[in-house]
Design a protein around this ligand. Sequence first.
Ligand SMILES: [Fe+2]
Length: 490
Amino acid sequence: MQLTRRKPIITTLKPSNHPYLNGAWTPLHEEVDALDLEVIEGAIPLDIDGVYLRNTENQIHQPLGRYHPFDGDGMLHRIDFKNGRANYSNRFIRTRCFHAEQEAQASLWGGLMDRVDPSRRPGFGAHGSLKDSASTDVIVHAGKALATFYQCGEAYVVDPDTLETEGVAHWGPLDGVSAHPKVDERTGELMFFNYSKHAPYMHFGVVDASNKLTHYRPVPLPGPRLPHDMAFTENYVILNDFPLFWDPEALKLNAHVVRMHRDLPSRFAIVPRHGAGEIRWFEAAPTFVLHWTNAYEDGDEIVLDGYFQSNPEPGKFKDAPQGYEHMMGHLDEHTFGSRLHRWRFNLKDGSTKEETLDERILEFGTINQRYAGRKYRYAYSTTAKPGWFLFTGFVKHDLETGESESYQLGEGRYGSEAPFAPRIGAKDEDDGYLVSFVIDENAGKSECVILDAKDIAAGPVARIALPHKLCSGTHACWADRQFLAEGKRS
Ligand SMILES: [Fe+2]
C-alpha cells in the first residue's frame, strides 16, 4: 500500500465520555489517499468494477451544546475496485459551514438536541438553526456524487474520483434538498423532496440526466412534518405525512420537541413523477418510517416496502451513561422497533393493505439499484446492536419465497450500509456483491468486506485493510464505473 497523508484539519474537540464521540463513533480527522490496499483474506473479485462511497459524521470542534451524532461534520470515504485491486481515499465535505468553522476555529452552530440559542449564526435545515454538514446521505447523479443533509440543506457536489467538493447543486431550491434524493438508473433522472416550517411545508422536484431542474411542485401538508425518505415507481413518487412531528405548541416558542400523535393516521402521497396531475393520498396505521427499500406498480396497486416502527416515540435507553438516555433511545432500532413491512395502495378503490414481512428488528435496506422503482425480489437489510446506532450484520430477503439468510460480522465489529454492486455482465437481480466498511473495535482498525450477494451467509469473499479506523455514520452508495461514465457524458 502506498499512503499519502494530507495537511491536518484543525480540531478543537476535547476528550469526553459521550457515547457517540468514542468507540466506533470516535471522530476521524485525518484525510488520506491510499493506493493498492492490502487484501487480508480472500481475493477482490475481478468482476467488480466501480466505487463504494460512504458518508460519516466526524465532529471537528467542541460542541456548543449537547452533541448528537447527526450534528457531526460530513466526511466522504471512497474505495475504488478495478481488476482485482482497490484504492481508498477520504475527505471532509467542504460545506460553507465547514469553512466558517475552520476560519473561526470553533463551533458556530448548536445541534439537534439544543434549543436555537447556542447557534451564533443563522443556520440551515427545516429546524433553521443547524450546521449544514451534508453528512447524512450520498448518491451519484450525472457523473457526480451528491452529499445531502437530513434536515434539508444545500446538495453538495463532490467529484467521485478525487472527493473534491465542487460546490452546491445549482438546481437546489431555497427550501433546500432533503437527504434521500433518488436516482432512476434507467432514465438518469434524480427525484428529490424538501420540507420546511412554512406552507406548503413540502415540495417535490425532478432533475434530468443532464442536470437540469425539469419539475418542481408543492405537496401541501397540514403543518410542519419530518419526512426522511421517498420512494418511486415508473410513473409516481411516494411521499409521506407521518404522525411523528414537532409539537406545534412548543414550535411557537421556537422549541423543537418531536411527539408521536397516535390519534392521526400515516398518510402517503402518490404524486405523478411528471406533470401537474392529481396527488392521491392514502391512509394507513400510524407509524414513522426512516427508510424505504423500494416501490413498484403492480396492476391497480402500488407496492411500497420499508421499515415500520412500532414505537416511533421511544422512551429512554436505561443502560445509557447519565444524561444520554433520551438520545440513545431515539438512536436504537430495538427501542423504536423497526420491522420490514409492505404497504399496498389500490389506485382504483383508494384502499390500503399492509403487512409485516419479518418480525426481526431491521433497517437501512439496500437493493440492486437497477431494479429501483420496478418489481424486485431481493432486499438486503442491516441488523443493529441493541441500544446502539451500530450495524452488526446483514439479512437478505427473497420477497417472492419469504426465505432469508444472514451474516453477522462478529462481536465488536460494526458495518456500514451495504449497497449492492452488480457483477460485470450480471444476468439476474442478485448477481453481484454487497460492499461494507467494518470498524473492528477489537483490533482498533477498519477494513472493507465484499460479500457474494447470492450467498451472504458464507461470509466475505474478500477482506481488505483500510489505512485508518473510521468513525461510524449513516448512508453509503455504490456507483458502477459504467453508470459514472454515462453520467459524466450526459
Ligand atoms: Fe436516512
